[in-house]
Ligand binder design. Structure first.
Ligand SMILES: [Zn+2]
Length: 204
């Protein structure tokens, strides 16, 4: 039997254009071998689209490895994805219906001996951290951020994609962007500056 774990994460949940990350890994219980362990950038989306993409990628990987016919248990901590794909829950959003149908197609190709099982987040720690790493991969990939060091731990950050500029105060760990100001998230600008300058001349 093969056990597959998947998880999705996103930087700003509730927004369609948040950076997402996906993580998935699989273990062959019969041979006690790990089959794969993957952390990837999931593109722009929501937590739900990231969860779906993680499942889809994991299923694609199983097909690639040629494990069809084996007993497979897919485990994730997303109630929504597990129930919509394996449990007959209704899916009311077009973008999720597309992803669900994609998952169904892959399950069919794998021979159908697949069970889906919801597990609590604590039991999905590996996939969880893989998915969080995946967000960062995307940020470094798409980080055409232009940074000007204004001194005293203040940085002017201009996003390459939107062209908008924000001020990051590294010492107080705040940023002037809406994500940090209103939603109180550690935004991508702050993460970027911390990552890039935290070990440099500026003390954090
Ligand atoms: Zn920001």
């Amino acid at each position: 039997m093969i056990k597959v774990y998947f998880d999705g994460a996103c930087s700003e949940n509730g927004r369609m254009d948040a950076d997402t990350g996906i993580g998935y890994w699989a273990h062959d219980e019969d041979t006690d071998k790990e089959l794969f362990r993957v952390s990837e950038y999931g593109g722009k989306g929501t937590n739900n689209t990231a969860e779906y993409k993680a499942l889809i990628k994991a299923l694609e990987k199983l097909i690639e490895l040629g494990v069809s016919g084996k007993r497979i248990i897919v485990q994730g901590d997303s109630q929504l994805v597990i129930k919509q794909v394996f449990g007959g829950w209704k899916c009311n959003h077009d973008h999720l219906i597309k992803l669900r149908d994609q998952a169904w197609g892959l399950i069919e190709r794998l021979g159908g001996a697949i069970k889906g099982e919801w597990i609590p987040r604590e039991q999905n720690a590996v996939a969880d951290s893989l998915s969080k790493e995946g967000i960062k991969k995307g940020e470094s990939m798409t980080s055409e951020m232009v940074v000007i060091d204004m001194g005293d731990g203040i940085f002017k950050v201009t996003s390459g994609s939107s062209g908008k500029s924000y001020a990051v105060d590294l010492n107080n760990k705040v940023c002037s962007c809406p994500d940090n100001q209103y939603r109180k998230n550690e935004c991508k600008h702050l993460r970027y500056i911390k990552h890039k300058y935290a070990s440099g001349a500026v003390s954090v």
